[in-house]
Ligand binder design. Structure first.
Ligand code: NAD
Length: 380
């Protein structure tokens, strides 16, 4: 459930209201114009969970769903909304933000934690509020990373297909006992720590690399530099954000340093891995397995059904020919609990924004009044 509503702001464009469990699915007409959020990349599950959260929210808001992504071509469809709501593969480059600004849209609500796809500098310059959902069930992602480690290691993806063909041979399915193995976690924030907690239960030895170490990891293992971590680990799992300093952190040089045959799992962001280098390391068997939930060029493919298409991404298609590669379509977050949290937090961020309340999830916040282009002063 949503936390209690903050007190109404005197300048709030929409007064907060008590939640009504019996509220109809579309808000009743109101003399005050109802705020609108244009939701891009809206899948059926986004509609379901956001509508449910809206019905229990403290602000009246209309959700306008678009199943396509936000881009230069689609941005005009946001017209009439006060905010847009977007996901990981929507385009939030400077020119799209300029277009949003020209459409009088002052808020971007990210339904995700990562914000590497948002030009925050431009948003700040254009005075567009940006908020994310910094934590939605980190355990959901950590549990998926563990599922990938064990699928890759115990080859259940191959066993699944094999037995359906009536082939019960074990040849080629040999794995390693996870107990006693060394796992490297690159980035021990919320998800990395959740994974550490799980792996401790498996009896693994844990090493973390994080340029901002905290005491939280010390009960699970020790910190090391990336260069020290790489040669020691049987499995490496990436949980750092994608930034200019982490882009292609897994490249020819770093792959040359890993223990031969080590397995790599990426549930963070595709850009952390230089795909060509990973292909080369898989070919020469330096890399013993690769499980990806995210992929550098996923924006063109993920979250869509391309089963009848000729996929043009040769690197992805090459990756998928390896028996020791697993690719999933960015689903680590995808649990009922996480979708509920994402929807409720997104609407709470919007509620903070329209009531000019401090928003703890703001990446770009606006603390002052802003004069709209139509010259009506509004506080946002
Ligand atoms: P977080 O901010 O809590 O933790 C990130 C950690 O990475 C921090 O401790 C930070 O210090 C560390 N870090 C920063 N630079 C680093 C570097 N160069 N090397 C190593 N560590 C570094 O974030 P989180 O909630 O744990 O999420 C981690 C990432 O997971 C997000 O950035 C997001 O991209 C990704 N994610 C993916 C999914 C999915 O469905 N696949 C879902 C949620 C989040």
């Amino acid at each position: 459930p949503m936390p209690p509503s903050p007190p109404p702001s005197p300048t709030s464009p929409v007064p907060p209201r008590a939640p009504s469990p019996a509220r109809p699915s579309s808000p009743p007409p109101s003399p005050i114009s109802i705020m609108k959020i244009a939701v891009f990349s809206a899948k059926p599950y986004d509609r379901e969970y956001l509508s449910r959260a809206r019905d229990g929210a403290y602000v009246s808001v209309e959700l306008v769903f678009h199943d396509f992504a936000l881009s230069r071509e689609t941005v005009s469809l946001a017209k009439g909304a006060q905010a847009i709501c977007v996901f990981v593969n929507d385009t939030l480059s400077e020119d799209v933000l300029e277009d949003l600004h020209n459409l009088d849209i002052h808020a971007i609500l990210l339904r995700c934690a990562g914000f590497n796809h948002v030009d925050l500098k431009a948003a700040d310059r254009l005075r567009i509020f940006v908020a994310n959902v910094p934590s939605y069930s980190p355990e959901a992602v950590a549990e998926f990373a563990l599922a990938l480690i064990q699928t890759l290691n115990r080859k259940t993806h191959r066993a699944y297909n094999r037995v359906r063909e009536g082939n019960f041979s074990l040849d080629g399915l040999l794995g390693k006992t996870l107990h006693g193995k060394t796992v490297g976690i690159v980035g021990v924030g919320k998800i990395g720590i959740a994974l550490a907690r799980i792996l401790r239960g498996f009896g693994c030895k844990l090493i973390a690399h994080d340029p901002y170490p905290t005491d939280a990891f010390l009960e699970f293992g020790k910190y090391a530099s990336l260069d020290e971590l790489l040669p020691q680990c049987d499995f490496i799992s990436l949980h750092c954000p994608l930034t200019e300093s982490t882009r292609h952190i897994i490249n020819d040089q770093s792959l040359a340093k890993i223990k031969k045959g080590a397995m790599l799992v990426n549930t963070s962001r595709g850009g952390l891995i230089h795909t060509k280098s990973a292909i080369a390391a898989l070919k020469n068997q330096q890399l013993g397995g690769l499980a990806l939930d995210v992929y550098e060029a996923e924006g063109q493919l993920f979250y869509q059904d391309h089963s009848g298409d000729i996929i043009q991404d040769d690197e992805l298609m090459r990756l998928m020919t390896f028996p020791n590669v697993i690719v999933c379509g960015h689903q680590a977050f995808f649990t009922e609990e996480a979708l509920t949290e994402i929807a409720e937090c997104t609407l709470k961020n919007f509620s903070d924004f329209i009531q000019n309340m401090p928003c703890k999830n703001a990446l770009v916040s606006l603390g002052s009044s802003l004069v709209r282009k139509d010259s009506v002063p509004v506080r946002i």
